[in-house]
Design a protein around this ligand. Structure first.
Ligand SMILES: [Zn+2]
Length: 277
């Protein structure tokens, strides 16, 4: 029996059975999580299918989804630059956990950040290294802790929901932050208007084959608190993508303001560091 990864409660209510996947809601803290875990090694073998080259990653790509990803990463960097300015931070060392083929790191590197990535997909890492010349390796958080590396910014774009134990992972990640460093997290939002309208058929975030936890702003904040990241902030980052109806973008922005957009974005800071200051 899998316990709730946030509060370790045994009590939950059945919510969905989709094929062999069972998603339940914790009776104690409301976290949605996958009850039965498939074999991790097997499922990630075909996770990254890379059909493009580095030239295809631009604002007018022949692959519309790459145009969207290019634009999303540009807006992420824009937000990161704003944060850096607000925090008066000059630290440029980024660790991207779950960097995949390196698309975000490529954008970050072009913007002057010092980039490093880790992932479990050999196929994706090969692309990141060979196509973009990025520093990216098949290492775990524990490996980097042992190497005593520190980072100013650690990003997790749609990664936290893949972990079996997000609290445990975040506690380790905290050890990798330099003084004054912070994490930037984005996850699918299970309190979003999209999810509420389409239910468990929501393609934006419901992938029980890969996802282990399904966050709302409330349950993600609980996860951050339990990881020792008491000092966090929800970031308003409503992606406006090319070719979308302006009304759709405006509605998204409104939903983003009340934490009901498709994705949730949070930054969290080293609490000990804040207390010392
Ligand atoms: Zn719970």
């Amino acid at each position: 029996m899998r316990l709730c990864p946030n509060c370790h409660s045994k009590e939950h209510s059945g919510r969905l059975k989709e094929g062999e996947h069972i998603i339940v809601r914790c009776d104690n803290c409301s976290l949605l999580f996958l009850l039965n875990i498939p074999d991790e090694k097997e499922i990630y073998e075909d996770y990254y299918k890379i059909e493009f080259t580095k030239e295809d990653y631009n604002a007018e790509s022949k692959y519309p989804y790459l145009t969207d990803i290019f634009e999303i990463n540009r807006q992420r960097i824009q937000k990161l630059n704003q944060l850096q300015k607000a925090l008066k931070s000059t630290g440029k060392k980024i660790l991207d956990i779950g960097c995949g083929s390196g698309l975000f790191l490529k954008t970050a590197k072009d913007e002057g950040y010092e980039t490093y990535g880790i992932d479990i997909s050999a196929n994706a890492l090969r692309f990141a290294k060979e196509e973009f010349g990025l520093n990216a390796e098949a290492k775990s958080t524990e490996d980097i802790i042992n190497e005593e590396k520190k980072f100013d910014i650690i990003t997790l774009w749609h990664v936290l929901e893949h972990f079996l134990n997000p609290v445990k992972e975040l506690i380790s990640i905290k050890d990798l932050l330099s003084p004054g460093g912070y994490i930037f997290i984005e996850v699918p939002n299970f309190n979003s208007a999209e999810f509420r309208l389409s239910g468990y058929k929501w393609k934006g975030g419901n992938h029980p084959k890969y996802h282990r936890t399904f966050f709302s702003n409330k349950t993600l904040e609980e996860t951050l608190m339990r990881s020792g990241f008491g000092n966090f902030q929800r970031i308003q980052l409503s992606y406006h993508l090319p070719g979308r109806n302006p009304l759709f973008n405006s509605a998204k922005k409104l939903f983003n303001a009340i934490a009901m957009d498709a994705f949730l974005d949070y930054t969290a800071y080293n609490r000990e560091h804040e207390i010392i200051i």
